[in-house]
Design a protein around this ligand. Structure first.
Ligand code: PLP
Length: 394
């Protein structure tokens, strides 16, 4: 006899996946529908409407691709890029390097704009790249760089890109549902995201949105999209009027996305952003009060993902495994060049609340003391409470 599956209950405060909202879990245990059942088609339509609200766009092409956030990245690149195209990619963390890889696999010539991990891509650098490469088809940047905790300002970059014919592509995997995405206001031509970060749903779908300009670029392709599975020209026939079968939609995942978006829209997107900002601020100030250093300058910090520098002499892996053993609490380690240098703490979606801030600060303090780190004892929680007292959420 094989024992029934019974995973431990963890608090997932790493870079994703984050905890699933209980209502989302409940939605996932409702009965399956066929992928062409009229009741399911209604759910798809509702999901598109809700997605537009959360992405802050009127883009007609706003759908959820099957697959995790990376499938969203691949969707945008395989559909917009043809062999021989030139693309400019901002690289200031792991996900920038991944976009370079994906674009190169599409046959693109990639021009990289690099910045140190933990810093933003300076708009001036984008201007210089476009001046040197006026034939670039698109410029891609990561809005919320989960490997570092940097929030990339988009306004100036958008202006610069739209002074040319290039398209602006944004990785919004960790920003969607966590901070304003403003697709229409910022004239972002293509964006992709994932369900497992700030949407409080499990990994498995990749919300994608494309402007009319991006759709036109796709319609004018000379070559077939090299990926059959991710070819939007066929996928939109299923999401649109035609409703023709392409692949079987992951029905249960679609339920989870609809429910997670419903919760966000009902709370109000602005309230959701304010909640992330408030609890993120409380966590960050608490960590600093403990005597820990944060990787990113205050001005460019994300609230939903914080990179904390690991204090000298403290064992990275040991602290993370003690948090998991003693508190069922997961945080992330550093990636790439930040491996062993930072911890990444997520406060995403359902987890962006008071009890998670309190748990994180007190558990981390406890384990750091256990490990003999020299930190300020007892300061973190009172600092966090001070931040929370100053601001009341609606
Ligand atoms: C998590 C993440 C991805 C990849 O998403 P998966 O769900 O792991 O495939 C891409 N970009 C960013 C910024 C991310 O945080």
């Amino acid at each position: 006899m094989v024992a029934e599956l019974l995973p431990p209950e963890r608090v997932l405060m790493g870079p994703g996946p984050s905890n699933v909202h209980p209502h989302v879990l409940r939605a996932m245990s409702t009965p399956l529908l066929g992928h062409l059942d009229p009741a399911f088609l209604t759910i798809m339509n509702e999901t598109m409407d809700l997605l537009r609200k959360v992405y802050q766009t009127e883009n007609k092409l706003t759908i959820a691709m099957s697959g995790t956030g990376s499938a969203g990245m691949e969707t945008v690149f395989v559909n917009l890029v043809e062999p021989g195209d030139k693309v400019i990619v901002g690289v200031n963390g792991l996900f920038g390097t991944r976009m370079v890889d994906v674009a190169e696999r599409c046959g693109a010539t990639v021009v990289q704009i690099s910045a140190p991990w933990g810093e933003i891509i300076e708009p001036q650098k984008v201007k210089e790249a476009l001046d040197s490469h006026p034939d670039a088809k698109l410029v891609a940047v990561v809005h919320a760089e989960t490997s570092t905790g940097v929030r990339q300002p988009l306004e100036k970059i958008s202006e610069i890109v739209h002074n040319t014919d290039a398209l602006l592509v944004c990785d919004m995997v960790t920003s969607l549902g966590g901070c304003p995405t403003e697709i229409d206001k910022l004239k972002i031509d293509a964006a992709y995201s994932g369900t497992q970060k700030c949407l409080s749903a499990p990994p498995g779908l990749a919300p994608v949105t494309m402007s009319d300009r991006a759709v036109e670029v796709m319609n004018n392709r000379k070559s077939k999209v090299q990926s059959w599975y991710l070819d939007l020209s066929m996928i939109v026939s299923y999401w649109g009027e035609e409703r023709s079968y392409h692949h079987t939609a992951p029905i249960t995942m679609a339920y989870s996305l609809r429910e997670s978006l419903r919760l966000i829209v009902n709370e109000g997107v602005e309230n959701v952003y304010a909640r992330h900002a408030l609890y993120g601020e409380a966590l960050q100030q608490g960590l600093e009060a403990m005597g820990l250093k944060l990787l990113v300058n205050k001005e460019h910090r994300l609230h939903q993902l914080t990179s904390v520098c690991i204090p000298e002499g403290v064992n990275d892996a040991k602290v993370r495994s003690r948090l998991l053993e003693k508190y069922d609490l997961e945080i992330g380690g550093g990636l790439g060049e930040l491996k062993g240098k930072v911890w990444r703490i997520g406060l995403m979606g359902y987890n962006a609340r008071q009890q998670n801030v309190t748990l994180m600060l007190s558990a981390l303090e406890d384990i750091l003391l256990e490990e003999g780190a020299s930190i300020e004892q007892g300061a973190a929680l009172s600092k966090a409470n001070e931040v929370l007292k100053k601001c009341v959420l609606v």
